[in-house]
Design a protein around this ligand. Structure first.
Ligand SMILES: NC(=O)c1ccc[n+]([C@@H]2O[C@H](COP(=O)([O-])OP(=O)(O)OC[C@H]3O[C@@H](n4cnc5c(N)ncnc54)[C@H](OP(=O)(O)O)[C@@H]3O)[C@@H](O)[C@H]2O)c1
Length: 126
């Protein structure tokens, strides 16, 4: 069986991906990979400085990338609700990764079901 790589991700043109923890690690590389495959990427981050640096990294790695920032602190339900409202106000399909801080007791962050247009895809890390 051949090894799966990011180049196996199919064309994402016309789709919007919401990526949590987008300023580093898996979230940043997921953002880069999806942008490279043509997705519009909503990068959800809690720190404005780290978010801007990550956005610059995505744009440097993927010239012409369509990427935007969403302020989201998953440790704050008020922030989650504000981010959900913000994302729901934008036409989007959501594809999200989940940082370690996410606690299942809390209400879910923005997901495919909270977004306003189909088709929808939601991916969460364990
Ligand atoms: N199943 C597996 O095989 C596997 C393998 C690797 C990783 N994982 C999991 O995948 C997730 C990401 O891993 P990683 O290596 O990419 O971790 P990482 O480099 O530490 O990145 C975590 C990201 O989550 C963000 N974050 C943390 N707390 C947050 C909060 N309260 N609100 C919003 N964002 C927050 C961080 O932002 P800040 O920069 O602001 O802190 C950072 O961008 C983790 O849950 C990890 O356990 C699973």
């Amino acid at each position: 069986m051949s090894r799966w790589t990011a180049s196996d991700v199919p064309d994402q043109s016309g789709r919007t991906a919401l990526v949590t923890g987008a300023n580093s690690g898996l979230g940043l590389h997921t953002s880069i990979g999806l942008a490279r495959r043509g997705a519009r990427v909503l990068m959800a981050c809690r720190d404005a400085g780290r978010a801007e640096a990550a956005l610059a990294r995505v744009r440097a790695e993927v010239p012409g990338a369509t990427a935007e920032l969403v302020t989201l602190d998953l440790a704050s339900l008020a922030s989650v609700e504000a981010a959900a409202d913000e994302v729901a106000s934008r036409p989007s399909t959501c594809w999200s990764t989940t940082p370690a801080s996410w606690r299942p007791r809390a209400r879910r962050p923005p997901t495919a079901s909270s977004c306003s247009s189909a088709p929808t895809t939601s991916v969460t890390s364990p």
